[in-house]
Design a protein around this ligand. Structure first.
Ligand SMILES: Nc1ncnc2c1ncn2[C@@H]1O[C@H](COP(=O)(O)OP(=O)(O)OP(=O)(O)O)[C@@H](O)[C@H]1O
Ligand SMILES: [Cu+]
Length: 379
């Protein structure tokens, strides 16, 4: 009788201990706590993860694709040169093109208008203004048809650029963007615009290479200009002369062959590409539409946030794996002990009180490990 009671008590106590120890609360805490602490640490570093998944997927990136204007560069181009053709004066051409550019919102337009203001050239009224994204702009000033834009904008209306092609190529090789101005259907000037690279960009690209990533540049700008800037920065792949709507395809092409692509952009026309990429990162100094479409926002314009975000993503996943390992190891090793495997050997039994304490400890361990991410140093 007494031994029966003992057996029943033994069985009940063990069953309760097993139930308590088998509770997987530490396992459940493993991922969300790391993500939460990692996201908080990222915010301290100026990186806003708008989606938790991005913190997990960013570490898988193979290629980091960057938009050029406003992302790699300051996005504030300056007019460097205006070379007029025979029969035109700088004053005249600058006055006409600045008048039309005054109606455009493109950064290049601001550069041209600023150059005219600097020379105290007054702007004139414009009729029939038209902007073609990725090409250029046109309008009628004082009865004259003015067209400003990339080579393709002039070639589209049948203006031959053969005579100036070498001159433009030389400007491109220096990292300047060549533009063309036509007046009444005749080439009137070549314009060189230069948008300086941000001071922080070279270090960011080095850090990305150090993480073993390929760096690509996607831009609507001239191929030679893009190549020159890529060479200067050590960028591995260049996709140039893409039209605004072509950026999505460029990202799609980079994604082919199972490659994971992180795209970083700032402009309105970068928004679809930010959505298409495996992870989209917007530069905080960029447009609202880009920020809305991104998974991650770099609060400053500094691209060093990109390698930091990727490194933090790697650290977070490592932390999650440690958490899961320990939470799992704890269950696997203590469930049999609670069930009494050691009892016949050395009389060890897990009391439910101890089981409850051990379970709490495993959760505390997971929390403590996740909190280590708070001190994460990105460099
Ligand atoms: N307002 C404008 N005035 C003169 N040229 C223009 C204008 N808008 C566009 N272009 C021409 O079209 C090209 C492509 O413009 P787009 O805005 O697509 O890209 P981008 O500013 O060169 O660079 P990114 O794609 O890196 O942001 C420009 O490089 C320029 O030659
Ligand atoms: Cu538990």
């Amino acid at each position: 009788m007494a031994s029966d009671l003992f057996a029943l008590t033994f069985a009940l106590v063990n069953a309760v201990a097993v139930l308590i120890i088998a509770c997987p609360c530490a396992m459940g805490l493993a991922t969300p706590t790391s993500i939460m602490v990692g996201t908080g640490r990222a915010a301290e570093l100026g990186i806003l993860f708008r989606k938790g998944e991005a913190l997990q997927s960013l570490r898988e990136a193979d290629v980091v694709a960057l938009d050029k204007t406003g992302t790699l560069t300051k996005g504030r181009p300056e007019l460097i040169d205006l070379i007029v053709r025979d029969g035109y004066t700088v004053h005249e051409v600058l006055g006409l093109i600045a008048s039309v550019e005054a109606l455009s919102e493109h950064p290049i337009a601001e550069a041209i208008v600023a150059a005219a203001k600097e020379r105290a050239i007054s702007l004139q009224p414009v009729t029939e203004f038209q902007a073609t994204p990725g090409f250029g702009i046109e309008g009628t000033v004082d009865g004259r048809e003015v067209l400003v834009g990339a080579d393709r904008a002039l070639q589209k209306v049948g203006i031959d650029l053969l005579e100036v092609i070498e001159q433009a190529a030389a400007l491109g090789d220096e990292g300047k963007s060549p533009l063309y101005a036509a007046i009444d259907g005749r080439l009137a000037a070549i314009i060189a615009v230069s948008d300086p690279v941000k001071e922080t960009t070279p270090a960011a690209i080095k850090a990305l290479h150090a993480l073993g990533l390929k760096v690509a540049m996607i831009t609507g700008d001239n191929r030679r200009t893009a190549d020159a800037i890529a060479r200067q920065l050590g960028i591995d792949e260049v996709v140039a002369e893409v039209l605004p709507e072509g950026k999505v395809d460029a990202v799609k092409r980079l994604r082919s062959g199972e490659r994971k692509v992180a795209f970083i952009g700032d402009g309105i026309n970068d928004a679809p590409a930010l959505t298409e990429a495996d992870v989209g990162l917007a530069v905080g100094t960029g447009t609202d539409i880009a920020i809305e479409s991104a998974d991650v926002v770099l609060m400053s314009g500094d691209l060093n946030g990109v390698p930091k975000a990727i490194a933090l993503s790697k650290a977070t996943i490592k932390n999650i794996k440690q958490n899961l390992f320990w939470a799992f190891a704890y269950n696997v090793s203590l469930v049999p002990v609670a069930a009494g495997v050691l009892y016949p050997i050395n009389g060890t039994l897990l009391s439910p009180v101890f089981a409850a304490g051990a379970m709490a400890m495993s959760s505390v361990f997971v929390l403590g490990n996740a909190l280590r991410l708070r001190r994460y140093q990105a460099n």
